[in-house]
Design a protein around this ligand. Structure first.
Ligand code: SF4
Length: 478
């Protein structure tokens, strides 16, 4: 698998160890972005930010010395994955600006799909941008709206959000408090937690909450702006999003089903469902739809693990680990050429000959994107002595691009965009290949209606119009 989430958010307010808790919360979500990290803190003298390229541990190692003395009771942070050309520290989040004298920090998970149109419009009106992050348009729109909002930052934010399209979970901090925002279609997850002793935590994935000493309270709801005040006062909530038709037309959400298939950690609750349980159900459903005649079921670690367990349990066929993973190999997408990427794949996941030799193996994958990595793994299994190699995939074929916060290749590079399942089976040198049906996949989530999930990369059913160019946005802020 070589798809990447753009980022994750974590914020804490009302706890004297907010800085440490946010750092831990980001570390728990490192899988959502490994190229840059940043933390913004509220101090008596104002907001301050520290960010850099690299993992959370590396960036935290460089925080200002005077932050370490404690007393920081509001902080928010971000981990980021960026594509080529936008990986500069300038684009790392949080961004910190002054809006008419109001210090404002912002961090974003998602992709604002009409950002380039909004930006061009703002530039025509004289706005000067400092980054090529789509998130910066929110700050410019807030600045434009401040006078009309009666200089009330929450109202200026609400007015700005009404212009946005696409996927956006946002954390904003001012000296008065922290805002948590989720777009009206709910593409990406964002959750609220209560910290033991009184403070609040917000995180993209609930797996962060134990590290933040917080207990899950609820999701930030689609189209919600939640304000968590600094100091005394209760949280307050307001809604936005009539523009998206949610409150006057279609009421379908567009929660990313691929969070359940691949991105989120199995210990998280996403969109109200346990990722672990959804993946087990996907494996079991796949076994019902497409049982393989095999001796053993093997996952592609790590994200194929729980679907493979569900598949093996459903069929009563032995589950075994056929691959050993080298955790110290660089991420495969770094290499630009197909040949080198394939070499990196076999270095990262190597078959165990004693586990595969002479056996009919069913490999359970979470997805096939370009096919490059799958082909390399199947070849390695055959070279290690597998007598047959079958593959089952715990989602439907990826045939379309994602414009909502996931780093997809161009659609023409997706193997299922060009070839049928039978052709892919031949190209990958498999004995059989089957994917989970869309109906089967959606039948595995319980907390929301199946129609409340985005399936656009499988079905082409886009609930937000993709950018006019049709290209994948490369200057995504989040
Ligand atoms: S297009 Fe696919 S990856 Fe993107 S939000 Fe929709 S389901 Fe998720």
């Amino acid at each position: 698998m070589s798809l990447h989430e753009y980022c994750a958010l974590c914020g804490v307010i009302g706890d004297a160890e907010a800085l440490a808790l946010v750092a831990e919360g980001l570390h728990a979500q490192q899988h959502r972005g490994q190229e840059a990290a940043g933390i913004l803190v509220r101090r008596d003298g104002g907001l301050e930010v520290h960010k850099g390229l690299g993992l959370v541990a590396q960036v935290m190692g460089g925080i200002p010395e005077d932050w370490r003395s404690g007393g920081i009771s509001a902080a928010m942070g971000h981990v980021r994955y960026s594509t080529f050309g936008s990986g500069s520290v300038l684009n790392a989040h949080p961004l910190l600006v002054s809006i008419n004298g109001n210090q404002t920090g912002i961090a974003h998970n998602g992709t604002i799909s009409n950002a380039s149109v909004l930006r061009a419009d703002l530039e025509r009106q004289g706005a000067i941008f400092q980054t090529n992050s789509d998130t910066e348009v929110v700050l410019h729109l807030m600045s434009r709206n401040l006078e009309d909002s009666g200089h009330e930052m929450g109202t200026a934010l609400e007015m700005a959000l009404g212009s946005l399209e696409g996927a956006f979970c946002l954390l904003l901090m001012t000296m008065e408090g922290m805002y948590a925002v989720r777009d009206p279609l709910g593409f990406r997850p964002l959750n609220l937690g209560r910290i033991t002793g009184g403070g609040w935590a917000v995180a993209s994935e609930t797996i962060a909450f134990p590290l933040c000493c917080a207990e899950y309270v609820r999701e930030i709801e689609p189209g919600e702006i939640l304000f968590l005040p600094f100091g005394p006062g209760e949280p307050s909530s307001r809604r936005f999003g009539a523009r998206h038709g949610l409150f006057g037309g279609s009421d379908r959400l567009a929660q990313c089903i691929f969070e359940h298939v691949y991105f989120a950690r199995p210990g998280s609750y996403v969109f109200g469902d346990s990722v672990y349980e959804v993946r087990l159900r996907m494996g079991a459903r796949l076994a019902v739809e497409a049982p393989a005649a095999c001796d053993v079921v093997m996952p592609v670690p790590d994200s194929g693990m729980f679907a493979a367990i569900g598949y093996s349990r459903q069929l009563g066929i032995e589950f075994d680990m056929g691959f050993t993973r080298n955790h110290y190999v660089g991420r495969t997408f770094i290499d630009p050429t197909t040949a080198r990427r394939a070499a990196m794949v076999t270095r990262k996941l190597q078959p165990i000959p004693e586990a595969v030799r002479g056996r009919r193996i069913c490999v359970v994958e979470d997805s096939i994107v370009r096919g490059t990595t799958s082909r390399a793994r199947i070849k390695a299994l055959r070279e290690a002595g597998a007598s047959e190699v079958h593959m089952r995939v715990s989602c439907p074929p990826h045939r379309f691009g994602c414009y909502f916060g996931i780093d997809f290749p161009e659609p023409s590079q997706l193997i299922a965009n060009k070839f049928s399942v039978d052709e892919i089976c031949g190209l990958l040198d498999l004995d059989s290949l089957a994917y989970l049906s869309e109906e089967g996949m959606l039948g595995c989530v319980k907390a929301h209606r199946p129609s409340d999930y985005c399936t656009a990369c499988f079905s082409g059913d886009y609930r937000v119009t993709p950018p006019a160019s049709g290209g994948i946005p490369r200057s995504c802020g989040g």
